[in-house]
Design a protein around this ligand. Structure first.
Ligand code: S3P
Length: 166
C-alpha cells in the first residue's frame, strides 16, 4: 500500500468532488474519484448501470473500484456516497485519513432534490434523503478522523476546514 490517502466520504451532492479537487490543489497532489473510475471503466453513466443491472451489481463494481483506488492512488480520493455500506471497505479505510463531509437533510434536498441523474433520489427526495442519512450517518462517522459540516459554507471554506481538521 502507498502512503495514507486523504479520503472524502459523505452523501451525494455534499461537494466531495469539488472539495477533493481543491484539497488536492492546495496540497500539490493528485485527485481521484471512484465514481469517475467506474464510469470510465464501464463506458456508461452510474444511472445507466443502476437501470441496466440494479444496485447490487453497481455496489460490486464500486467495491472493486474503491479497493483498487485505495491500493494505487497517492493523494486525495473521493468515494461515492454509498461506498461505506461495505464492511470490508470500511475496514480498509482505517489505514487512511478520512474526512466526512456532512450536511443536513434540508440542505441535501436543496442541492440535489431535482437531480434525476441520481438514481437513489428518483421518487421522494426528502423522504429518501432522511432514510439515507439515518442509515448511513453512523457509517460515515465510524470511518472518519474528522467531520466537516458543509451547510452554508463555500467549497473554499469547506476545504480550509478540512485542512485545519487534518
Ligand atoms: C450513491 C452516490 C453516488 C453514486 C451512486 C450511488 C449513493 O455518488 O455512487 O449514485 O449510494 O449514495 P456521489 O456521492 O459521488 O454522488
Amino acid at each position: 500500500m502507498t502512503a495514507p490517502l486523504i479520503v472524502l466520504v459523505g452523501p451525494m451532492g455534499v461537494g466531495k468532488s469539488t472539495v477533493g479537487a481543491l484539497l488536492a490543489e492546495r496540497l500539490g497532489t493528485a485527485y481521484r474519484d471512484t465514481d469517475e473510475d467506474i464510469v470510465a471503466a464501464e463506458g456508461r453513466t452510474i444511472a445507466e448501470i443502476f437501470v441496466d443491472e440494479g444496485e447490487a451489481a453497481f455496489r460490486a463494481l464500486e467495491k472493486r473500484a474503491v479497493h483498487r483506488a485505495l491500493a494505487e492512488h497517492d493523494g486525495v480520493l473521493a468515494l461515492g456516497g454509498g461506498a461505506v455500506l461495505d464492511e470490508e471497505t470500511r475496514a480498509l479505510l482505517a489505514g487512511h485519513r478520512v474526512v466526512y463531509l456532512s450536511m443536513d437533510v434540508e440542505e441535501a434536498v436543496r442541492r440535489t432534490g431535482l437531480n434525476a441523474a441520481r438514481p437513489l433520489l428518483a421518487v421522494n427526495p426528502r423522504r429518501q434523503w432522511r432514510e439515507l442519512m439515518e442509515a448511513r450517518r453512523h457509517l460515515y462517522e465510524s470511518v472518519a478522523a474528522a467531520v466537516v459540516a458543509t451547510d452554508g459554507r463555500t467549497p473554499e471554506e469547506v476545504t480550509q476546514a478540512a485542512l485545519d481538521a487534518l
